[in-house]
Every structure is written in C-alpha cells, then in structure tokens.
Design a protein around this ligand. Structure first.
Ligand SMILES: [Mg+2]
Length: 227
C-alpha cells in the first residue's frame, strides 16, 4: 500500500540543467554587451570550471568569473549578467510535462506528497514557491534539515517522520540512482527511477519501477493499492 510519494526536486520535477544552461546562455552576451572583453566560448568554459569547483548551486559564479578575467568585480557588468540570468531563469523554470496533472491526480487519490532535495533550503524553497509547489506538498526536507545528503538515511528518515508513514508505505521518485534510489532502498522504501530526467546516462538503477513519463505513477499507485 503506497500512502505517500516522495519526489526529488531537480531533474525529477523540474529540468534544472536546462534552466541553468539557458540562464547562462543569456547572461554571457549581456555581460559582453556591458563591456566584458571575452568570447562566449571562453566565458562558458570558465563558468563550467567554477561550477565544477564550487558546486552547481554556487551563487557567486559571475563574481568569480569577473575576478578571474578582470582581477576585479565590475558591478556594471556583474549586474547586467545577473539581470539577464534571472529573466531567463524565470522563463526556463518549468516542470516536466504532466507534472501538474499527475500531482493533482495523486492528491485526489489521497496520496501524501513530499519533496526531498539536497539543494540548500533557500534555493529549494525559492524554486518551489516560484512553481507554486509550496501549496501542494505535505513535507519538504532540504539539506539544512539534517545536514546530510542522500543516500544517507538521515534525510529519508526525517521525511518519513514528517509524513508519518512506514518506509514500505512510501515510494521515492528520483533521477539520481546512487543517491535517490539507493538511499531509499536502504531504508526499505519502494523506488521509481525518473528516466526522463536522467542526465548521467544511467545504466543500472535497481529501482522497482522506471518512469519514461511522470504520469506513469498513477498506474503504479493504482496497481500497488489495488484500486
Ligand atoms: Mg535530482
């Protein structure tokens, strides 16, 4: 019996990598237009390098870019980049196809829903509020809640506590096999691999189910719960 579904956020409910790519693609010409002397390719290369060093959630990537190129932060160029980035991000931050309709159907079936993200609390909540997801989910657990990342059992256990369910009553949905799927399996939850959001070309995931579209969750719940 599935009583709750727990979703990873980035690349499971929203196409985070596409949002990032599009925002950077808009920010670079805006900075060049504001006076930064660099080619688009070179700027892209340095930005990639900074994200690799600092993590994909790093919030000062353009500050560091300018520091590396100019040896200082030129605030005219920085602001041009940030504004272009934010405009593009708002346009590109959209859920995968069938996310809203699927969540809506799950609500009607009486399934509780949670979000379990390794993203920093503020960034995760901003994305949730922007998408109006903050009204839909019963529980949200981010990095700050346990200070541990998936596949550590701590964030999963915190989520089960918040949803007041046993592990076997929960289904974890995620795009990252080593974190989302392994972590959930370890504590006894059911699992579904979000193939549609897979950016790693994952060969093996050992999940109970594989989703090519999020709407397939409805069939899974119907079957598991013998509705
Ligand atoms: Mg993910």
């Amino acid at each position: 019996m599935i009583k709750a579904i727990v979703f990873d956020l980035d690349n499971t409910l929203v196409d985070f990598m596409k949002m990032k790519r599009r925002s950077i693609e808009e920010a670079i010409p805006a900075m060049i237009d504001a006076g930064l002397k660099i080619t688009h390719e070179e700027a892209n290369r340095i930005i990639d390098e900074i994200y690799k060093e600092q993590g994909i959630e790093y919030q000062k990537v353009f500050d560091v870019l300018l520091q590396r190129v100019l040896n200082e932060v030129d605030y005219k160029i920085l602001s041009a980049g940030i504004v272009a980035y934010r405009r593009a991000r708002e346009a590109a931050l959209i859920p995968y196809p069938h996310v809203y309709s699927t969540l809506n159907q799950l609500l009607k079936l009486g399934i509780k829903m949670g979000i379990l993200s390794d993203a920093p609390a503020k960034e995760a909540w901003l994305r949730l509020a922007f998408l109006n997801f903050h009204h839909i989910f019963d529980a949200v657990v981010t990095f700050e809640d346990t200070k541990e990342r998936k596949p550590s059992p701590a964030p999963f256990i915190k989520m089960l506590d918040k949803l007041k369910i046993k592990p076997e009553e929960g289904l974890m949905v995620g795009d990252w096999a080593e974190r989302d799927i392994e972590g959930a399996k370890k504590i006894g939850m059911k699992t579904a691999f979000a193939r549609y959001g897979d950016t790693f070309d994952t060969k093996y995931h050992y999940a109970d189910y594989e989703l090519s579209d999020i709407s397939e969750l409805i069939d899974i719940v119907t079957k598991e719960n013998k509705l």
